[in-house]
Design a binder for this molecule. Sequence first.
Ligand SMILES: [Zn+2]
Length: 284
Amino acid sequence: MKFGDFEISIIRESTFKLDGGAMFGVVPKALWANVASADAANRVELSCNLLFIQTPNGNVLIETGMGPRWSEKERARYDLKTLIDHNNVLESIGLSNTDVSAVVLSHLHFDHVGGACVDRDGKLSPTFPKAKYYTQKGELEFAYKANARAQASYREADFKTLLDNNMLIALEGDHEILPGIKVHVSGGHTSHHQIITFESNGNHGVYFGDIIPTQSHLPPPWVMGYDHYPLETCDIKSRWLATAANKNWLVVFDHEPGVPWGHVQAERSKFIWKPFARDSLAVV
Ligand SMILES: [Zn+2]
Protein backbone atom coordinates (compact mmCIF):
# COMPACT_ATOMS: atom_id res chain seq x y z
CA MET A 1 0.00 0.00 0.00
CA LYS A 2 1.32 3.43 -0.91
CA PHE A 3 1.92 5.68 2.11
CA GLY A 4 3.40 8.99 1.02
CA ASP A 5 6.90 8.12 -0.29
CA PHE A 6 6.75 4.79 1.57
CA GLU A 7 5.31 1.44 0.52
CA ILE A 8 3.88 -0.48 3.49
CA SER A 9 2.89 -4.16 3.75
CA ILE A 10 1.61 -6.47 6.45
CA ILE A 11 3.30 -9.87 6.65
CA ARG A 12 1.20 -12.32 8.66
CA GLU A 13 3.93 -14.47 10.16
CA SER A 14 1.90 -16.93 12.25
CA THR A 15 -1.32 -17.63 14.06
CA PHE A 16 -1.36 -18.86 17.65
CA LYS A 17 -3.61 -18.99 20.69
CA LEU A 18 -3.29 -17.73 24.25
CA ASP A 19 -5.52 -18.06 27.29
CA GLY A 20 -8.45 -15.65 26.96
CA GLY A 21 -8.34 -14.72 30.65
CA ALA A 22 -4.68 -13.73 30.37
CA MET A 23 -5.37 -11.75 27.18
CA PHE A 24 -8.11 -9.66 28.78
CA GLY A 25 -6.77 -9.28 32.33
CA VAL A 26 -9.41 -8.18 34.82
CA VAL A 27 -12.19 -8.00 32.20
CA PRO A 28 -14.72 -10.78 33.02
CA LYS A 29 -15.21 -13.54 30.44
CA ALA A 30 -18.92 -12.64 30.36
CA LEU A 31 -17.78 -9.44 28.59
CA TRP A 32 -14.76 -10.49 26.49
CA ALA A 33 -16.55 -13.61 25.19
CA ASN A 34 -18.74 -11.21 23.17
CA VAL A 35 -15.73 -10.09 21.09
CA ALA A 36 -13.33 -13.07 21.14
CA SER A 37 -14.44 -16.69 21.00
CA ALA A 38 -12.57 -19.17 23.18
CA ASP A 39 -11.78 -22.81 22.28
CA ALA A 40 -12.27 -25.79 24.63
CA ALA A 41 -9.00 -24.88 26.43
CA ASN A 42 -10.22 -21.26 26.86
CA ARG A 43 -7.69 -19.99 24.29
CA VAL A 44 -8.41 -17.15 21.87
CA GLU A 45 -7.11 -16.80 18.31
CA LEU A 46 -4.24 -14.36 17.68
CA SER A 47 -1.68 -13.73 14.98
CA CYS A 48 1.72 -12.10 14.55
CA ASN A 49 1.43 -9.22 12.09
CA LEU A 50 4.77 -7.79 10.98
CA LEU A 51 4.81 -4.39 9.30
CA PHE A 52 7.28 -3.90 6.44
CA ILE A 53 8.02 -0.31 5.39
CA GLN A 54 9.98 0.48 2.24
CA THR A 55 11.42 3.99 2.44
CA PRO A 56 13.75 5.94 0.12
CA ASN A 57 16.42 5.56 2.85
CA GLY A 58 16.10 1.83 3.51
CA ASN A 59 13.63 -0.91 4.35
CA VAL A 60 12.35 -1.39 7.90
CA LEU A 61 10.72 -4.49 9.34
CA ILE A 62 8.70 -3.96 12.50
CA GLU A 63 8.75 -7.11 14.69
CA THR A 64 9.76 -10.64 13.69
CA GLY A 65 6.95 -12.77 15.19
CA MET A 66 7.19 -16.18 16.88
CA GLY A 67 9.76 -17.56 14.46
CA PRO A 68 10.29 -21.19 13.46
CA ARG A 69 12.21 -22.57 16.49
CA TRP A 70 9.52 -24.37 18.50
CA SER A 71 9.13 -28.00 19.59
CA GLU A 72 6.01 -29.97 18.69
CA LYS A 73 4.94 -29.81 22.35
CA GLU A 74 5.22 -26.00 22.40
CA ARG A 75 3.46 -25.69 19.05
CA ALA A 76 0.56 -27.72 20.46
CA ARG A 77 0.44 -25.56 23.61
CA TYR A 78 -0.01 -22.38 21.56
CA ASP A 79 -1.68 -24.04 18.56
CA LEU A 80 1.10 -22.27 16.66
CA LYS A 81 0.85 -22.26 12.88
CA THR A 82 3.80 -20.75 11.02
CA LEU A 83 2.62 -19.11 7.80
CA ILE A 84 5.91 -18.10 6.16
CA ASP A 85 9.36 -19.50 5.38
CA HIS A 86 11.78 -17.60 7.62
CA ASN A 87 14.56 -17.95 5.07
CA ASN A 88 12.36 -15.88 2.80
CA VAL A 89 10.19 -13.66 5.01
CA LEU A 90 9.39 -11.16 2.23
CA GLU A 91 8.58 -13.74 -0.46
CA SER A 92 4.97 -12.54 -0.78
CA ILE A 93 6.15 -9.09 -1.85
CA GLY A 94 9.00 -10.24 -4.07
CA LEU A 95 11.94 -9.24 -1.83
CA SER A 96 14.46 -11.23 0.20
CA ASN A 97 15.83 -11.17 3.77
CA THR A 98 18.92 -9.26 2.62
CA ASP A 99 16.66 -6.34 1.59
CA VAL A 100 15.94 -5.44 5.25
CA SER A 101 18.15 -2.67 6.63
CA ALA A 102 16.52 -2.23 10.06
CA VAL A 103 14.41 -4.45 12.31
CA VAL A 104 12.51 -2.69 15.08
CA LEU A 105 11.41 -4.74 18.09
CA SER A 106 8.73 -3.26 20.36
CA HIS A 107 10.14 -5.45 23.15
CA LEU A 108 11.91 -8.81 23.53
CA HIS A 109 9.07 -11.23 24.37
CA PHE A 110 9.36 -14.41 22.30
CA ASP A 111 6.36 -13.62 20.11
CA HIS A 112 8.17 -10.46 18.90
CA VAL A 113 11.83 -11.49 18.68
CA GLY A 114 11.33 -15.25 18.06
CA GLY A 115 11.80 -14.75 14.32
CA ALA A 116 14.97 -12.64 14.69
CA CYS A 117 17.22 -15.68 14.24
CA VAL A 118 17.07 -18.92 12.28
CA ASP A 119 19.04 -22.18 12.32
CA ARG A 120 21.51 -22.17 9.42
CA ASP A 121 23.85 -25.14 9.02
CA GLY A 122 23.26 -26.14 12.63
CA LYS A 123 24.05 -22.66 13.93
CA LEU A 124 21.71 -19.92 15.12
CA SER A 125 22.14 -16.84 12.87
CA PRO A 126 20.33 -13.54 12.42
CA THR A 127 17.43 -13.97 9.96
CA PHE A 128 18.18 -10.62 8.29
CA PRO A 129 21.96 -10.63 7.71
CA LYS A 130 22.30 -7.01 6.61
CA ALA A 131 20.02 -5.44 9.24
CA LYS A 132 20.57 -3.69 12.54
CA TYR A 133 17.99 -4.73 15.12
CA TYR A 134 16.65 -2.05 17.51
CA THR A 135 15.30 -2.44 21.04
CA GLN A 136 15.54 -0.35 24.21
CA LYS A 137 18.54 -0.83 26.52
CA GLY A 138 16.20 -1.06 29.53
CA GLU A 139 14.27 -3.87 27.82
CA LEU A 140 17.45 -5.80 27.10
CA GLU A 141 18.68 -5.41 30.67
CA PHE A 142 15.32 -6.51 32.04
CA ALA A 143 15.24 -9.55 29.72
CA TYR A 144 18.39 -10.79 31.50
CA LYS A 145 17.17 -10.14 35.03
CA ALA A 146 13.43 -10.83 34.69
CA ASN A 147 11.95 -12.44 37.80
CA ALA A 148 10.02 -15.71 37.89
CA ARG A 149 6.75 -14.20 36.61
CA ALA A 150 8.30 -12.26 33.73
CA GLN A 151 10.97 -14.82 32.73
CA ALA A 152 8.63 -17.18 30.89
CA SER A 153 8.15 -14.61 28.11
CA TYR A 154 11.86 -14.32 27.22
CA ARG A 155 14.20 -16.77 25.43
CA GLU A 156 17.80 -15.67 25.84
CA ALA A 157 19.03 -17.24 22.57
CA ASP A 158 16.80 -14.86 20.58
CA PHE A 159 18.62 -11.70 21.63
CA LYS A 160 22.00 -13.17 22.69
CA THR A 161 22.56 -14.32 19.10
CA LEU A 162 21.97 -10.75 17.88
CA LEU A 163 24.35 -9.39 20.52
CA ASP A 164 27.04 -11.97 19.65
CA ASN A 165 26.81 -10.84 16.02
CA ASN A 166 27.00 -7.13 16.96
CA MET A 167 23.63 -6.55 15.35
CA LEU A 168 21.51 -5.43 18.30
CA ILE A 169 21.33 -1.68 18.98
CA ALA A 170 20.20 -0.90 22.53
CA LEU A 171 18.55 2.53 22.38
CA GLU A 172 18.25 4.85 25.34
CA GLY A 173 14.94 6.62 24.82
CA ASP A 174 12.97 7.88 21.80
CA HIS A 175 14.85 7.68 18.52
CA GLU A 176 14.46 8.18 14.76
CA ILE A 177 15.56 4.89 13.14
CA LEU A 178 15.40 6.21 9.55
CA PRO A 179 13.83 9.48 8.33
CA GLY A 180 10.11 9.23 9.23
CA ILE A 181 10.38 6.03 11.34
CA LYS A 182 10.48 6.71 15.08
CA VAL A 183 10.30 4.72 18.32
CA HIS A 184 8.69 6.11 21.47
CA VAL A 185 9.26 4.50 24.86
CA SER A 186 5.78 3.77 26.22
CA GLY A 187 6.23 1.49 29.21
CA GLY A 188 3.01 -0.28 30.17
CA HIS A 189 3.41 -3.78 28.75
CA THR A 190 7.04 -3.85 29.93
CA SER A 191 8.93 -0.93 31.49
CA HIS A 192 10.75 -0.11 28.19
CA HIS A 193 8.23 -1.27 25.60
CA GLN A 194 8.31 1.01 22.54
CA ILE A 195 5.57 2.16 20.16
CA ILE A 196 6.59 2.79 16.53
CA THR A 197 5.34 5.66 14.36
CA PHE A 198 5.88 6.18 10.63
CA GLU A 199 5.34 9.34 8.67
CA SER A 200 5.76 10.37 5.04
CA ASN A 201 4.43 13.33 3.09
CA GLY A 202 1.70 14.22 5.58
CA ASN A 203 0.64 10.59 6.17
CA HIS A 204 0.99 9.31 9.76
CA GLY A 205 0.76 5.79 11.13
CA VAL A 206 1.27 4.01 14.45
CA TYR A 207 2.22 0.43 15.35
CA PHE A 208 1.12 -0.05 18.94
CA GLY A 209 3.03 -3.26 19.72
CA ASP A 210 1.53 -4.94 22.78
CA ILE A 211 -0.08 -1.74 24.10
CA ILE A 212 -3.14 -2.56 21.92
CA PRO A 213 -2.65 -6.12 20.61
CA THR A 214 -6.03 -6.54 18.89
CA GLN A 215 -9.01 -4.40 17.97
CA SER A 216 -10.86 -6.04 20.91
CA HIS A 217 -8.40 -4.21 23.19
CA LEU A 218 -9.45 -0.73 22.01
CA PRO A 219 -11.33 0.20 25.25
CA PRO A 220 -8.53 1.69 27.41
CA PRO A 221 -9.36 -0.43 30.53
CA TRP A 222 -9.23 -3.68 28.49
CA VAL A 223 -5.58 -4.36 29.28
CA MET A 224 -3.82 -7.74 29.08
CA GLY A 225 -3.05 -9.72 32.25
CA TYR A 226 0.50 -10.08 30.84
CA ASP A 227 1.22 -6.36 31.29
CA HIS A 228 3.77 -5.43 33.94
CA TYR A 229 2.23 -1.96 34.42
CA PRO A 230 -1.46 -2.25 33.43
CA LEU A 231 -2.57 1.14 34.80
CA GLU A 232 0.11 2.79 32.65
CA THR A 233 -1.10 0.88 29.57
CA CYS A 234 -4.65 2.15 30.17
CA ASP A 235 -3.44 5.79 30.24
CA ILE A 236 -1.16 5.40 27.20
CA LYS A 237 -4.04 3.94 25.18
CA SER A 238 -6.40 6.81 26.03
CA ARG A 239 -3.78 9.38 25.03
CA TRP A 240 -2.48 7.79 21.83
CA LEU A 241 -5.89 6.65 20.56
CA ALA A 242 -7.30 10.16 20.97
CA THR A 243 -4.46 11.48 18.78
CA ALA A 244 -4.78 8.63 16.24
CA ALA A 245 -8.54 9.25 15.93
CA ASN A 246 -8.29 13.08 15.76
CA LYS A 247 -5.52 13.03 13.15
CA ASN A 248 -6.82 10.02 11.20
CA TRP A 249 -3.58 8.05 11.64
CA LEU A 250 -3.23 4.62 10.11
CA VAL A 251 -3.31 2.15 13.03
CA VAL A 252 -1.72 -1.34 13.09
CA PHE A 253 -2.39 -4.06 15.70
CA ASP A 254 0.37 -6.66 16.18
CA HIS A 255 -1.81 -9.63 17.25
CA GLU A 256 -5.18 -8.90 15.58
CA PRO A 257 -6.41 -12.17 14.00
CA GLY A 258 -8.70 -10.32 11.54
CA VAL A 259 -7.61 -7.38 9.37
CA PRO A 260 -4.91 -5.72 11.51
CA TRP A 261 -4.75 -2.26 9.94
CA GLY A 262 -7.21 0.57 9.41
CA HIS A 263 -8.37 3.68 11.22
CA VAL A 264 -9.93 4.47 14.59
CA GLN A 265 -12.84 6.83 15.12
CA ALA A 266 -13.75 8.48 18.43
CA GLU A 267 -17.49 8.39 19.08
CA ARG A 268 -18.53 9.89 22.43
CA SER A 269 -16.37 7.98 24.92
CA LYS A 270 -15.68 5.03 22.58
CA PHE A 271 -13.10 4.21 19.95
CA ILE A 272 -14.55 2.46 16.88
CA TRP A 273 -12.43 0.28 14.58
CA LYS A 274 -12.61 0.85 10.80
CA PRO A 275 -10.39 -1.83 9.22
CA PHE A 276 -9.14 -1.88 5.63
CA ALA A 277 -10.39 -4.57 3.23
CA ARG A 278 -9.10 -8.12 3.78
CA ASP A 279 -7.29 -8.22 0.45
CA SER A 280 -4.98 -5.45 1.71
CA LEU A 281 -2.85 -8.15 3.40
CA ALA A 282 0.18 -9.68 1.65
CA VAL A 283 -0.50 -13.04 3.32
CA VAL A 284 -4.15 -13.82 4.15
ZN1 LIG B 1 3.05 -10.01 22.02
